[in-house]
Design a binder for this molecule. Structure first.
Ligand code: NZQ
Ligand code: ZN
Length: 389
């Protein structure tokens, strides 16, 4: 295993009615000004807004609302939120939503206290910053990204056509409230897309070195099986609390850094999806569902043993009579069959990509992940995108 240091600074509350039970005590210690940030308004329809605002008002807090955070949040929206946070002297940002709201809030928490150019100095460069972001708490309404338990904030800079993120420990939310019942109202298409995003995160970690016996790979197999089983369960019955609960915790487990420990990790598919998103604004999980099988057909021969193990341990494909290579290919096929079964797209056309979309520019702007079993080139990514079309 690779060396690691582990800390997760987010205090996480999971379960039915956790907002009602804990939000007041979590918010009380902060100052009076609470910036309540959310997306396009789903929380106003499903009752979550009323529940949260009722608790904040009962504490006598001054609530500053920041709404309209869009899927694939933009840098312009981050700057708008940061200006409001500064101007209203926000003491705490409370983000209520899915990955887009949480990511935008993390970015705001930095931009609101930083005087320099936060894109150039943070998203566009690695390295340490030595100031405290504004404190952030999150209430999760959609399972998928796992943003609730990490410091990652994926932001789209529309001017530069770059969608990128960093996982920075100081951006971990101070607290995260995860009530699976809050996810019941997520539209079926988004629920499936979020579930596939979770599966993608686990695969991006699993398909990387080291391949010798390690804790992460064993946990990852269990998480993948759980995600697949419960995604099927939630599709069958969207109010299935067991399925929703498992999916919510699978999402957090996939991205709370635990299974990354000791692993190189890949995330090339995510690099490709992010640039696809920067050019087309496609849905994150749907972009991944198109890319994964094609990308894996390009790389599985460089990681045969792990791909064969995936086929047997995750998809229960019998090994008798099959070579390692046949097994590995069967695992990728099983993944593709599952994508079709749950109704996700498998071609870029289904995402709305047309002949006019500049696939070459998308390929050329992708970062090349050092942890892939096969070192990618921009030319090969272009080939992958053309095959996905
Ligand atoms: O805008 P609202 O009203 O919130 O509606 C959202 C949005 O339309 C809706 N929704 C969420 N909860 C709902 C609900 N609708 C009804 N009832 C509810 N309870 O779902 C739609 C999609 O929401 P969004 O937050 O965009 O989805 P998701 O959670 O998939 O987040 C995607 C974003 O996260 C980034 C993605 O790139 C993308 O920008 N990611 C963040 C990561 C991280 N920070 O660790 C890792 C991921 O790999 C990913 O890149
Ligand atoms: Zn993702």
């Amino acid at each position: 295993m690779n060396n690691f240091i582990f800390e997760n600074a987010t205090k996480t509350y999971f379960g039915k009615s956790c907002v009602k039970e804990y939000l007041a005590s979590l918010v009380r210690p902060y100052g009076d000004n609470i910036m309540l940030a959310y997306g396009g308004g789903s929380i106003r329809k499903n009752g979550i807004y009323d529940e949260v605002i009722g608790i904040l008002k009962s504490l006598g807090k001054n609530v500053i609302e920041f709404s309209g955070i869009m899927p694939n949040p933009t840098y312009a929206k981050v700057l708008e939120g940061a200006a409001l946070a500064k101007e209203s002297h926000a003491d705490l940002i409370l983000g209520v939503g899915g990955g887009s709201v949480m990511d935008c809030c993390k970015a705001i928490s930095i931009a609101a206290v930083y005087d320099g150019d936060v894109w150039d100095d943070f998203w566009a460069s690695a390295g340490v910053f030595d100031f405290e972001p504004l404190p952030l708490g999150v209430i999760v309404t959609a399972a998928g990204t796992g943003s609730e338990m990490n410091g990652g904030a994926v932001i789209t800079n529309e001017e530069l056509k770059i969608k990128t993120g960093r996982d920075y420990p100081k951006c971990n939310p101070k607290f995260a409230l995860l009530d699976p019942a809050y996810t019941y109202s997520v539209p079926a298409r988004q629920m499936v897309s979020g579930g596939f995003d979770t599966l993608s995160h686990i695969m991006e970690i699993y398909f990387s070195e080291p391949d010798e016996d390690n804790v992460s790979d064993d946990i990852s197999e269990a998480l993948m099986k759980n995600t697949i089983r419960n995604l099927r369960g939630a599709i069958k019955n969207p109010q299935d609390d067991t399925a929703r609960s498992n999916l919510m915790w699978d999402a957090a487990m996939a991205e709370n850094r635990i299974i990354k420990l000791g692993k190189k990790t890949d995330f090339e598919c995510h690099q490709m999806e992010h640039q696809l998103g920067a050019y087309t604004n496609c849905n994150h999980g749907e972009g991944l569902s198109v890319l994964h099988p094609v990308y894996y057909r390009h790389i599985y021969r460089n990681g045969l043993t792990k791909f064969a193990r995936f086929a047997v341990n995750v998809w229960n494909i019998p090994c008798e009579g099959k070579s390692e290579e046949e097994l590995a290919a069967a695992g990728v096929e099983a993944l593709e069959d599952f994508i079709r079964e749950i109704g996700l797209p498998t071609t870029l056309r289904e995402l709305g990509v047309t002949e006019d979309t500049d696939l070459k520019a998308i390929a050329d702007s992708c970062s090349l992940a050092p942890g892939s079993y096969k070192k990618m080139s921009h030319e090969e990514i272009y080939e992958i995108l053309k095959e996905c079309f």
